[in-house]
Ligand binder design. Structure first.
Ligand SMILES: C[S@@+](CC[C@H](N)C(=O)[O-])C[C@H]1O[C@@H](n2cnc3c(N)ncnc32)[C@H](O)[C@@H]1O
Length: 196
């Protein structure tokens, strides 16, 4: 059982798999902060990957809330399940399948995280607009510039306000034989907005 409620679980606390990318600790902290989670909320984690966002969100919404973690990749689903068990959480349901179809079956959400769309960005963001409660929050983590462009285009046409775009490039230290150098990771853009 993880003993802290504050976000920012170190990456190496999670079970990992080579072909399943994880949202790194510092980026995850920003995403959780942008979501403004409260106890009792219903949260989707679309493209849950390793489940790291689901786990951080589950800790914030406490046992009265529920995370619905969706991924179409079987390895990601197994990994998310292993992490849920490792962190001893009971408020996450794991859903295997394409978010395009699975979202339709879900109850309304207070908050939606999108970590992957597999190229169906427009369709998935539109479905999320339909499922988000008024004043609900959407938080999208973006690596590809094509995805960034699609999200901006689609958000403009939908019922969202207070669109915030934040781009971060995290550098982490590495010891060398002569000192400590900083190594930059790829930039990540985080788009968040509120459903009108
Ligand atoms: C960058 S990873 C997400 C990382 C995750 N936030 C974490 O911390 O581990 C993106 C994930 O989205 C999933 N994905 C992409 N498109 C999807 C879709 N249409 N439906 C369900 N899962 C999808 C991929 O299989 C992948 O596991």
């Amino acid at each position: 059982m993880w003993k802290f409620k504050t976000p920012g679980i170190p990456d190496d606390e999670f079970e990992r798999a080579e072909k399943v990318p994880i949202t790194k600790e510092e980026v995850r902290v920003i995403q959780i902060s942008k979501a403004r989670l409260k106890p009792g909320q219903i949260v989707y984690d679309i493209g849950c990957g390793s489940g790291s966002i689901s786990i951080e969100a589950a800790l914030q919404i406490e046992s009265s809330g529920k995370v619905l973690a969706i991924d179409y990749d079987e390895t990601a689903i197994e990994l998310t399940k292993r992490n849920i068990e490792k962190f001893g959480l009971t408020n996450i349901s794991v859903i295997h399948g394409n978010a395009k179809e699975k979202i339709l079956e879900l109850e309304e959400a207070d908050t939606i995280f999108i970590g992957g769309t597999g190229g169906d960005t427009k369709e998935i963001v539109e479905l999320c607009e339909n499922k988000l409660k008024t004043n609900g929050r959407i938080v999208i983590g973006i690596i590809l510039i094509e995805t960034l462009y699609s999200v901006l285009q689609v958000l403009e046409k939908l019922q969202f306000e207070s669109v915030d775009i934040t781009q971060v490039t995290i550098s982490k230290s590495r010891k060398t034989t002569t000192g400590t150098m900083m190594l930059a990771r790829n930039p990540v853009t985080i788009i968040s907005a509120t459903r009108i």
